[in-house]
Design a protein around this ligand. Structure first.
Ligand code: NDP
Length: 300
């Protein structure tokens, strides 16, 4: 069993995200004064309730940051051809700097085909193969996916030394795990780490996680990381968002991360809560990417 230390300090993702959004609002106003109001268009197909909540939050945040843009809500039986036609229209519209198609899409639409149709310089989600490739190469003129970019920003803002650090990422998805590893293994500030990526086929997961100076968990498994899996003094970033039953709440459910927060906070030095950790950073980085996309149209 790891020795217990005094208890981890919290990384306040909500406060940090608010600061980033305030900066974005200033940049957005400065761009508007130069004739370019950053525009974010969000496309939602169908009526998935979780997606509707995410899209609503993005819409509100972009409006608060002084951005233009629209949310296009399409019926669940929209065809792939119809969706691609809308993407083409947004690609061609000079007022639109960022395009985001909310996932998941209904079964009749192939998400990869849609992502490949978005102009890479408007792909503020960072999912287009061109942006994925740029991230891996280390070119900084692409867009990194918002969740891992938000995690990296958090580590930098909280002064966590990544250079030479042992980072263990649990999860190898295209939207979190893989880009997270790619960001932190690059040379440079907020990176230069030695990264291990674990997944469901990893033999002896705990043997890896116990080595981690920085443990980043994006598995989608409620409270799977327990205190005995964490090195004393480690920094623990919990990307997971899981709804579990809870009879004491009005909705009957509660949001928890992939980390057993109460246990792990006694061992770690710094930890993100769920909610209020990584979640708010994702939207902040989306706005940040959109302002960058708009600024580039001025800078050429
Ligand atoms: P995916 O389901 O796409 O990927 C999960 C990854 O975790 C897979 O690589 C899987 O391995 C691995 N995994 C699952 N179970 C285990 C296990 N027991 N041991 C080791 N590895 C395991 O999820 P996402 O990456 O999309 O999301 C991960 C979590 O982050 C979810 O809870 C999601 O809700 C949350 N999330 C939060 C965001 C935010 O803004 N805060 C944004 C995006 C996601 P394998 O590949 O072998 O199947």
């Amino acid at each position: 069993m790891p020795a217990e230390v005094a208890g981890a300090a919290l990384i306040d993702g909500k406060e940090l995200a608010e600061r980033i959004r305030a900066d974005v609002a200033l940049e957005s106003a400065a761009l508007a004064a130069r004739g370019v109001t950053p525009g974010l268009s969000v496309v939602l197909v169908g009526d998935d309730p979780a997606s509707a909540v995410y899209v609503g939050a993005k819409e509100k945040a972009s409006r608060e940051a002084g951005m233009a843009g629209e949310t296009i809500r399409l019926p669940v039986d929209t065809t792939q051809a119809q969706l691609l036609a809308i993407v083409e229209r947004l690609n061609a519209d000079p007022r639109v700097h960022g395009i985001l198609v909310q996932m998941p899409l209904p079964r009749q639409i192939d998400p990869d085909t849609v992502i490949r149709h978005i102009r890479p310089d408007k792909d503020v989600d960072g999912f287009h193969p061109v942006n994925v490739g740029k991230l891996l190469i280390g070119h900084t003129d692409g867009f990194a996916p918002c969740t891992p970019a938000g995690v990296q920003r958090m580590l930098m803002e909280y002064g966590v030394e990544t250079r030479g650090a042992e980072v263990v990422v649990i999860g190898r998805s295209t939207i979190v795990g893989k880009p997270m590893a790619a960001l932190l293994m690059q040379p440079g500030a907020g990176a230069d780490a030695t990264v291990t990526v674990c997944h469901s086929r990893t033999r002896d997961l705990a043997a890896h996680t116990r080595r981690a100076d920085i443990l980043i968990v994006a598995a989608g498994r409620a409270r799977m990381v327990t205190a005995d899996m964490v090195k004393p003094g480690a920094v623990v970033i919990d990307v997971g968002m899981n709804r579990i039953p809870d009879a004491t709440t009005k909705s009957g459910t509660r949001l928890v991360g992939d980390v057993d927060f109460d246990g792990v906070r006694r061992v770690a030095s710094l930890i993100t809560p769920v909610p209020g950790g990584v979640g708010p950073m994702t939207i902040a980085m989306l706005l940040h990417n959109t302002v960058r996309a708009a600024a580039r149209t001025l800078d050429g």
